[in-house]
Write a protein that binds this ligand. Structure first.
Ligand code: BEZ
Length: 217
């Protein structure tokens, strides 16, 4: 019997992404060596040949060019064999013309699922939940999503979250609710009385109050 510690390994935002070696649909992978210099989006699905998963994987594939434009590598995962993955990828390609060209990990021994908290036994003891990990080029986990088996994810939000992370890094700003590229961003709040007075006097930015200000970059 495995310890709860192993089953419940839950990486957190800011942690270094746990490293692993795995078999994937594009060959063997050592995660820390894969796609150097790129962002990575590592996502799990509960099972091949299931309907919600097929819509989600198709969504990732249909947005491949957007991820490419944002210097981001996609990596899928489920607790299925490589044979199942290959048959499913081929089946979806034949039936719909959508091709999952990104690697999909065959995590039959559940090693990676456990490492990333994708196996949540009160939801399922044998299938990974729908997780998404956004990992920056320094291998730091920057954003995590977990969805249950019965609710599909939102591809627009996955793409928006990636753009928001990168925009925030590039411009040293915080990103408000429902932000879309081109929208105003949050100016970091002042940390001293002097900065607060400067903020109060600043007429160039949109202010609700000194601590809640937005600007157009
Ligand atoms: C699905 O992808 O349709 C699915 C997979 C596992 C459990 C429930 C739904």
């Amino acid at each position: 019997m495995e310890s709860n510690q192993e089953i419940n390994s839950m990486p957190r935002i800011g942690d270094t992404a746990p490293d692993f070696e795995a078999v994937t649909t594009t060959g063997k992978m050592k995660f820390s060596d894969y796609a150097p210099g790129k962002w990575k989006v590592l996502f799990s699905h509960p099972a091949d040949f299931t309907p919600v998963c097929t819509t989600e994987m198709s969504g990732f594939a249909e947005n491949q060019s957007t991820f490419d434009e944002h210097n981001t590598a996609l990596i899928g995962l489920s607790i299925d064999s490589i044979h199942s993955h290959l048959a499913w990828v081929n089946n979806v390609r034949q039936k719909t013309g959508v091709y999952f060209q990104f690697p999909i990990i065959a995590d039959l021994d559940m090693k990676v699922s456990k490492l990333y908290g994708m196996l949540q036994p009160n939801e399922s003891e044998t299938a990974a939940v729908r997780a998404v990990f956004f990992i920056d080029p320094e291998q730091k986990i920057r954003l995590i999503m977990y969805y249950p088996l019965n609710v599909g994810r939102n591809m627009d939000e996955i793409v928006r979250a990636l753009k928001a992370l990168k925009y925030s890094d590039a411009n040293k700003v915080a990103i408000p609710l429902n932000w879309q590229p081109g929208d105003k961003v949050i100016v970091p709040p002042p940390k001293t009385l002097e900065e607060m007075d400067a903020r109060i006097a600043d007429k160039s930015i949109e202010k609700i109050d000194f601590y809640l200000a937005k600007k157009q970059l």
